[in-house]
Design a protein around this ligand. Structure first.
Ligand code: UTP
Length: 279
């Protein structure tokens, strides 16, 4: 039903400098797999096989990751190490990958607007790969596809965060529709605790209807001088066309050092006693 998923990956990743000076943040590995691969796997599991990246300068490693590496693959052909490539090969066979560049890093909203040329006039998923999600029962984007099928409007994944952390997120306010679902009335970007209407924070999973592009086009810069996706979503929220979904599962904020280390520990523990294959 939703065939395309957009990955805005143009951000500078300043919290991970110097690691991200020449390398995309999304290529940082959680154990032996880059963050972006977890994200693309989640999109594919949700039935979105047309993968669209909004990239920027020094992000070429992402394109190379979803392409053949002939010399290397020939070298390891027939060895045990080849098994480590099974998952990425399956993604490459099942999905298509297209790319466009955000020229100036003017914010997440601007990155999503830049992706219009790859998405066109249809609902689409958005994954911020530095939010690594483990769905309970099924992956988080698959959970959201089910909500979309019922309500046919934009869906934002939300998580309850401690009050003192509201200023790191877009925060929703709204009315509960059913267990774990809210009709969003408004969103506010990174409010300090005392101004925050709730502790329901938007995390890096969205399903957006394509009218979001019109809203983004007409938007002035918002908080921090950036084009904010929450401002464009607010236009939809006024028409009661945004749902906040408290997803089932767990999220690691791998854009922060703490979240990155926690995710690494979690995945390494999960993978024992079967760590990546050595020759
Ligand atoms: P972040 O707020 O995490 O920014 O962006 P960042 O640049 O990646 O990281 P820090 O804060 O400097 O460490 C959220 C998502 O939006 C994308 C990022 O790539 C990330 O996936 N983004 C952000 C863009 O694609 N373009 C932008 O102009 C801003």
């Amino acid at each position: 039903m939703i065939s395309k998923c957009l990955f805005p990956v143009a951000g500078y990743g300043t919290r991970f400098l110097p690691a991200t000076k020449a390398m995309p943040k999304e290529m940082m590995p959680i154990v032996n797999k880059p963050l972006i691969q977890y994200g693309v796997q989640e999109a594919m599991d949700a039935g979105m096989r047309q993968i669209a990246f909004v990239t920027g300068r020094s992000k070429r490693a992402i394109e190379d990751h979803f392409d053949r590496t002939y010399e290397l693959e020939e070298q390891i052909s027939g060895t045990k190490a080849e098994e480590n490539l099974l998952e990425i090969r399956q993604l490459m066979q099942s999905c298509t990958f297209s790319y466009t560049r955000q020229v100036q890093m003017k914010g997440l909203g601007d990155a999503i607007r830049t992706g219009e040329t790859l998405i066109g006039d249809q609902p689409f998923g958005v994954i911020l790969a530095d939010d690594l999600c483990i769905g309970e029962g099924k992956p988080v984007l698959s959970q959201m596809v089910e909500i979309f099928a019922k309500y046919q409007c934009s869906i934002v994944a939300v998580e309850e965060v401690p009050r003192e952390e509201t200023e790191k997120y877009g925060i929703i306010s709204g009315k509960q529709l059913e267990e774990g679902l809210f009709i969003v009335e408004s969103m506010i970007e990174k409010p300090p605790a005392h101004e925050s209407p709730s502790n329901h924070a938007i995390i890096g999973r969205y399903i957006l209807t394509p009218d979001i592009f019109d809203n983004l086009r007409n938007l002035p810069p918002g908080r921090n001088g950036e084009i904010q996706i929450t401002d464009a979503l607010n236009v939809q929220a006024k028409k009661k066309m945004v749902i906040g979904y408290q997803f089932k599962g767990r999220r690691f904020d791998c854009g922060s050092l703490e979240g990155f280390v926690a995710a690494t520990n979690y995945f390494f523990t999960q993978m024992k006693p079967d760590p990546p294959i050595n020759r």
